[in-house]
Design a protein around this ligand. Structure first.
Ligand code: PLP
Length: 398
């Protein structure tokens, strides 16, 4: 008690408290909700049964029997943790097997796994860019890419979303010794796609190093599910991805030429100075990639579900971008409106938290609907019914 009252006097506590209150006033306060009995597409919260349309487990592999079985076996053999960084004693045959599999899956010479996708992006940009270099990035790139660029001390130049003419202008004017061009393949909050053909053309013309974050494309896009970079791997220097979305687990990866991977092993600080990804997660991810290759029906089911959700919501009058990926955001604009829509859907048993600033620009709050192959037809019908009620409540398209 006494300690608390001392802390009350520390001004940083007062400022932090005031900051959080101000955030709440702007409808930007975030809180955690602990879901119980999370079964992927279904969970329970405060006694209420909910359907989830917000996870990135696009193929439902987090619970696929083959993936779970591979994890259980690895758990028995290797335990829960790696014990040290890869360069100390944390590197195992399971890491190498996974990296070989990722390299083959992404049609690259080599691959390297990180503790998370976020760390992979920090590692890539800080290892390849430094003061005097220029990083040129699409405006809607993920926070991990922005933070990696900032940490690198290179100059960060941002071009308007998917505006490759502006991107070219920046490359032309680029004062940097080296240019690093960065884009996502599937934009995480909008679900639209980068024009990789254009980006690769610019990379060649201006001699830039191209980094493509394929976090939301891997396992989902491409004829064989190898990602948005499928068929483009030669033109992309570093294909980054995560093991936390379609692969269903946790971890990040980079696939690239051996020389670039060697550079990362030596200079990517989130790789060198962090404990290795646990072997159990590597084994699970390796099996997830095998399932992606051997069970294309799961991806077809996902496409079918995306089509159904897109058609259903569009029919109700909600304006959605084209269904290029499993991310179908319903942009509502005002933050309060998005929160109210979240609460309304919650009352109907649908769980889609409102995505607000700073994840998306101010005034562009949204319900980021995501679709999984694991959703059943009944679950999709329930989603559409709930949105119909939301539309009715607000007149038409809210
Ligand atoms: C585009 C993009 N890149 C990177 C990440 C980070 O990946 P992870 O969640 O595996 O750390 C995310 C995750 O939210 C993402 O959306």
């Amino acid at each position: 008690m006494r300690e608390d009252s001392v802390l009350e006097n520390v001004s940083i506590y007062q400022e932090v408290r005031a900051g959080l209150t101000a955030l709440e006033g702007k409808n930007l306060y975030r809180r955690l909700r602990a879901l119980e009995e999370n079964r992927g597409t279904r969970a329970v919260w405060e006694g209420r049964k909910l359907l989830l349309f917000c996870s990135n487990d696009y193929l439902g592999l987090s619970r696929h029997p083959r993936v779970v079985c591979a994890a259980k076996k690895a758990l028995d053999r290797y335990g829960v943790g790696a014990g040290a960084a890869r360069l100390i004693s944390g590197s195992t045959d399971v890491h190498e097997a996974l990296e070989k599999k990722i390299a083959r899956f992404k049609n690259k010479e080599n691959a390297l796994v990180f503790g998370s996708g976020f760390l992979a992006n920090l590692g890539i940009l800080t290892a390849f860019a430094e003061e005097g270099d220029t990083i040129i990035m699409d405006k809607l790139c993920h926070a991990s890419l922005v933070d990696g660029a900032r940490l690198s001390k290179a100059e960060l130049r941002v071009f308007p979303h998917r505006n490759y003419a502006k991107c070219e202008n920046l490359l032309k004017k680029c004062p940097g010794r080296r240019k690093i061009l960065v884009t996502e393949s599937v934009f995480s909050m909008d679900g639209d796609l980068a024009d990789l053909g254009q980006i690769i053309r610019l990379r060649k013309k201006y001699g830039a190093l191209l980094v493509v974050d394929d976090a939301h494309g891997t396992g989902v896009l491409g004829k064989e599910g190898r990602g948005a970079t499928e068929g483009f791997s030669e033109g992309v220097d570093l294909v980054m991805g995560t093991l936390s979305k379609a692969a269903g687990g946790l971890g990040g990866f980079v696939a690239a030429d051996k020389v670039l991977v060697d550079h990362l092993i030596n200079f990517a600080r989130p790789f060198v100075f962090a404990t290795a990804l646990p072997p159990v997660l590597c084994a699970a991810a390796a099996e997830a990639f095998t399932v992606m290759e051997e069970e294309p029906g799961i991806r077809e089911k996902l496409r079918e579900n995306i089509r159904k959700v897109h058609e259903g919501l569009t029919r109700l009058g909600f304006s959605l971008a084209s269904p290029d990926s499993a991310i179908l955001p319903v942009v509502l604009g005002d933050e309060g409106k998005a929160l109210a829509a979240f609460e309304f859907l919650l009352s109907k048993g649908i769980y889609i938290p409102a995505v607000r600033y700073p994840t998306v620009p101010k005034g562009k709050a949204r319900l980021r609907v995501t679709v999984s192959a694991a959703h059943t037809a009944t679950e999709i019908d329930a989603l559409i019914d709930a949105f119909a009620a939301l539309g009715e409540r607000d007149g038409k398209n809210p």
